[in-house]
Design a protein around this ligand. Structure first.
Ligand SMILES: N[C@@H](CCC(=O)N[C@@H](CS)C(=O)NCC(=O)O)C(=O)O
Length: 206
């Protein structure tokens, strides 16, 4: 097995889930190394794998890929037959845009609806204007993709875009954010995924 994925806690690490889920869903064999990002020696340990001192980081022999979206692109290229992005150019372009959008933005949503525990519930968040606007934008993206694709995933078939957005769905769930019927269905689909169940159980057992 040539791939090793370095991740953080399965209770809280949203960026780790993104990369891990791509590998799991598309049945790409890999070894995982879980590091506790809250431990004192974390920075020392992670530096061996990642120059940014952050997780996730994918090691493929001499290649180090240290960012969730870069990991997605690397895997999409290496395992192109598995079609990790939508095959249609228009859909793939949109999938890439919305993946980049969540990867580079939504700072208020990420800070105020922080991932305290994937299995938690009834958390409260600061309802300030910027956070509400970002929640609305996130809901618009998810709703419009689901409307066009008719589900079950954002572009019909599961893709990297789902991996990028699933942690947002979990934030909606644990902070009781009111969502549309389509969004609820999407969340149920996500919760039924065996890969997601495995992640949640591993998190509970940490
Ligand atoms: N843009 C990076 C973000 C990575 C990131 O922020 N990872 C967090 C965990 S979810 C981390 O390593 N935190 C530990 C730290 O900053 O000390 C990605 O997409 O992979």
């Amino acid at each position: 097995m040539s791939l090793t994925l370095i991740i953080g806690s399965k209770k809280t690490s949203t960026w780790s889930l993104r990369a891990w889920l791509i590998l799991k869903y598309f049945k790409i064999p890999f070894k995982e190394v879980v590091l506790d990002t809250y431990k004192k020696n974390f920075k020392k340990k992670i530096l061996k794998y990642s120059p940014t001192k952050k997780v996730p980081c994918l090691i493929d022999k001499k290649n180090k890929i240290w960012d969730s979206l870069a990991i997605g692109e690397y895997l999409a290229e290496k395992y192109y037959k598995k079609k990790l992005w939508p095959t249609n150019l228009k859909k793939r372009t949109l999938a890439r845009c919305i993946s980049a959008e969540i990867h580079s933005g939504f700072f208020n949503l990420r800070e105020n609806l922080s991932m305290k525990n994937f299995s938690g519930k009834n958390f409260k968040y600061k309802k300030n204007k910027n956070t509400i606007n970002e929640i609305k934008r996130a809901q618009f993206i998810i709703d419009s993709c689901l409307k066009k694709s008719k589900g079950p995933f954002l572009f019909g078939k599961f893709s990297i875009a789902d991996c990028m957005w699933i942690p947002v769905m979990f934030r909606f769930k644990i902070y009781n954010v009111k969502v549309s019927l389509n969004c609820k269905k999407y969340l149920n689909t996500i919760l039924m995924m065996p890969e997601i169940q495995e992640w949640l159980i591993d998190g509970l057992n940490e």
